[in-house]
Design a protein around this ligand. Structure first.
Ligand SMILES: *Cc1c(COP(=O)(O)O)cnc(C)c1O
Length: 426
């Protein structure tokens, strides 16, 4: 496809119908695909030919969406997963096994924190958490001979910490390992981490990419830039016995990582996205650029208004000059960060609860990054498994309210917030 700009790619990338074909990428609701001979089928199983043979490994609808997201991020390939959690897990498992080690920023989504802290550790992958404002040297020092990757979130959920991607990438590369970045909140419309040295990007597509709260999904995107042949990644450079000795870097070149992720991990784990969900995700992606612009505009107005109100104890939004991440946000998120604003209300937990209960337009949901304005108190919901110390480490104080500003008329959003504040703080 021609080198279109992101807003055009949102609509057209991944699918260019030929003469007489459906204008809209169809839902291929089929598990299997027929071939004229068992020889052709055998070649597919041996990875000697390209084509669909079973929907766990690949599906034409999913393929359209994978190509679109790869184009948006500027990568060589992508793989849809059943959830953002599956994407984070598989992005790491593709290159980490028991006995290996990884380093992660502690300013990450609560679910990812638990995945690394508990499940990966139980699986034998040791994880060192570093504070998000870690220096290059500290990050480098956290790495060990058996470190296999570094993980960070471009704009963390819900702390809204902006990661210094270039610094993270440089430290990771000096240690000979890739940087994996969760880019869920900014989306490729606001930040393309590959341009700053990240090697792998993951998303929860459940959030802005979908935008309408109709499917849970994830995606892994490969930049194609990392040199896997530096001696640290035998799973990509040595023969895979489960595929008659295929060597991924030899056979698939720049797409070695994402191909292994699909044909090995997805084959074995089976956390694939349903074609129906891929179709719904694609509808969301078509308006992603439009929606992100409005989310960012609305959120900036809300953040500015909250900041002026004496009943608010603090406001965190990377687009505010008062934010400690303003400079990093100007560098990595010049078009806006996302629609998410966090703040604390004077009067602590009780006032926060009264505020949430008094909102009419904004709904209280365990969701974020939706076109409908919604609100959440992480300490009593998404992050409730974390101790106070872990909450602090993740940058989520107990009084934090996470407001996900939608694309409604901004005056209606502001009216709702200030009417609820009037009720919450007397
Ligand atoms: C929601 C979220 C996830 C997990 O995604 P699911 O689709 O809910 O599994 C991962 N990372 C970030 C930043 C998220 O916001």
């Amino acid at each position: 496809m021609k080198e279109y700009r992101p807003d055009t790619l949102c609509i057209h990338a991944g699918y260019q119908p030929k003469n007489g074909e459906p204008r809209v990428a169809p839902i291929v609701q089929s598990t299997t695909y027929t071939y004229d001979s068992s020889k052709e089928m055998g070649d597919l199983f041996d990875l000697q030919a390209e084509g669909f043979f079973y929907t766990r490994i690949g599906n034409p609808t999913n393929d359209v969406v994978e190509k679109k997201i790869a184009a948006l991020e500027g990568g060589v390939g992508a793989l849809l997963t059943s959830s953002g959690q599956a994407a984070s897990l598989m992005s790491v498992l593709n290159i980490c096994k028991a006995g290996d080690h990884m380093v992660s920023s502690s300013a990450i989504y609560g679910g990812t924190y638990n995945l690394f802290y508990k499940t990966l550790k139980e699986m034998g992958v040791d994880v060192t958490f570093v504070p998000p404002d870690v220096t290059w040297q500290e990050l480098k020092d956290a790495m060990r001979p058996n470190t296999r990757c570094v993980f960070a979130e471009t704009l963390s959920n819900p702390a809204l910490v902006v990661a210094d991607l270039e610094m993270f990438a440089d430290a990771a590369h000096t240690g000979g390992v890739p940087l994996i970045v969760d880019n869920t909140f900014p989306t490729p419309v606001n930040c393309r981490p590959f341009e700053f040295g990240a090697d792998i990007v993951v998303h929860s597509t459940t959030k802005y990419m979908d935008g309408h709260a109709v499917q849970v999904g994830g995606v892994i995107v490969d930049s194609g830039n990392f040199n896997w042949e530096n001696g640290k990644f035998p799973e990509l450079t040595q023969p895979d016995e489960s595929y008659h000795g295929v060597v991924y870097t030899k056979q698939f070149g720049k797409a070695a990582y994402i191909t292994k992720c699909r044909v090995h991990l997805m084959r074995d784990i089976g956390a694939q996205a349903a074609p129906m969900n891929a179709f719904l995700l694609n509808l969301g992606l078509e308006t992603l650029a439009l929606r992100m612009e409005r989310h960012c505009e609305n959120a900036l107005q809300v953040a500015r208004a909250l900041e002026k109100d004496p009943r608010i104890s603090w406001v965190n939004f990377p687009g505010l000059e008062s934010s400690s991440y303003y400079t990093l946000a100007q560098k990595y998120l010049p078009h806006g960060s996302s629609g998410v604003v966090s703040f604390g209300i004077k009067g602590g937990r009780e006032a926060a609860t009264r505020f949430m209960d008094s909102l009419e337009l904004a709904s209280v949901v365990t969701h974020v990054a939706d076109l409908r304005t919604c609100v959440l108190h992480p300490a009593s919901t998404t992050h409730r498994q974390l101790s106070d110390a872990q909450l602090k480490e993740a940058g989520v104080p107990a009084d934090l309210i996470r407001l996900s500003v939608g694309v409604e008329n901004v005056q209606d959003i502001l009216d709702d917030i200030f009417a609820a504040l009037d009720k919450a703080v007397k």
